[in-house]
Ligand binder design. Structure first.
Ligand SMILES: [Zn+2]
Length: 326
């Protein structure tokens, strides 16, 4: 017995000393981009459309030196690898998708939302409603796949103010050359739904399906909206492009970005939303917050601290969300 045990140990020692035949090749791909959380009776699935590098020090308004210092503090090299996220809400009776990603309009590292929706266990045919925070191509591009409606059974809803602005040929003609593509992409993405009678703009704060409400957050674009999701006393605000660069705009919510149609409106809007969300302990789901872009805010200095969601395997019942500060 002892002899065979010793023999085994000796063999193991020889194996440990033997050189590896070949280095294992590195795989160099990421896991499928989806993350699930529970909100009251609802199931929320964050869906990654991918990431792309953005020269945030050039895109953010204000003092580039101060901006670079903030990124340095966050240990984020420039250009910053930035997330593009959509959110799937299963209320139990309706399947709602907020934002659809860029599809093929923004380079090869984006356009993965549809594949990640499938990887998360859903089919695009199951989606009942698609809500678009605003008609920028990285949110609306994924409405179309191979020239067809990517969500064939869904109604698409967007604030009328954004539809009026981005679907107007007169506005496109007036726009600077480098902005015309935004108009064209919005028009092309919505056309199949308009033709099928599946496009329904809304105006002002609107109850869309039970538990999901449109909240106007105009500024980033003329009809930019968030969607407030409520179930069993828990709340989540899917806030679209209220923020693009957390490392800078969390501590300093006054900083705006080149993509803001009306920066003067976008900054106070962001401050107001953040103050309210921090006070009420509302979950935030952010299109450009590092994937899965889910977390909460706590006041810190002149701005806020981002408290990202704690990883959950969902095999234990999640505790009720505690309001910040309690
Ligand atoms: Zn965006």
């Amino acid at each position: 017995m002892l002899r065979s045990l010793l023999g085994g140990l000796a063999a193991a020692a020889v194996l440990a000393l033997a050189p590896a035949h070949a280095a294992a090749p590195q795989i160099k791909t990421q896991a499928p981009g989806w993350y699930r959380m529970v909100l009251g009776d609802f199931e929320i699935t964050a869906l990654s459309d991918g990431t792309t590098n953005l020269p945030m020090d050039q895109l953010l308004h204000g003092r580039p030196q101060e901006t670079r210092k903030r990124f340095d503090h966050a240990r984020l090299p420039l250009p910053v690898e930035s997330s593009f996220n959509g959110y799937l809400i299963n209320t139990g009776s309706k399947l709602v998708l907020v934002d659809t990603g860029a599809a093929g309009n923004f380079g090869p590292t984006l356009g993965k939302l549809l594949a990640n929706l499938r990887a998360a266990g859903y089919q695009p045919e199951q989606v009942d409603e698609v809500y678009i925070t605003h008609l920028h191509v990285d949110h609306v591009g994924g409405l179309v796949a191979d020239g067809q409606r990517a969500f064939p059974n869904a109604v698409v809803r967007v604030d009328k103010a954004d539809a009026d602005y981005w679907l107007s040929t007169a506005n496109m003609e007036k726009a600077p050359k480098d902005m015309k593509g935004f108009f064209q992409a919005a028009m092309a993405s919505l056309k199949p739904y308009v033709d099928a009678g599946k496009f329904q703009p809304f105006e002002g704060p609107t109850d869309l399906v039970p538990g999901v409400k449109a909240v106007p957050l105009h500024g980033h674009t003329p009809g930019h909206n968030g969607f407030l999701v409520s179930s069993q006393g828990e709340q989540m605000l899917v806030w679209g492009d209220t923020m693009h660069a957390a490392a800078v705009q969390m501590p300093d919510p006054g900083v705006t970005i080149l993509f803001d149609t009306d920066p003067k409106a976008a900054a106070p809007q962001r401050r107001k939303v953040m103050a309210e969300a921090a006070r009420q302990g509302t979950w935030i789901a952010g299109a450009h917050l590092s994937f899965p872009g889910l977390g909460r805010l706590r006041p810190a200095g002149k701005g806020y601290e981002w408290q990202p969601i704690n990883y959950s395997s969902l095999t234990v019942a999640p505790a009720a969300a505690a309001p910040a500060g309690k």
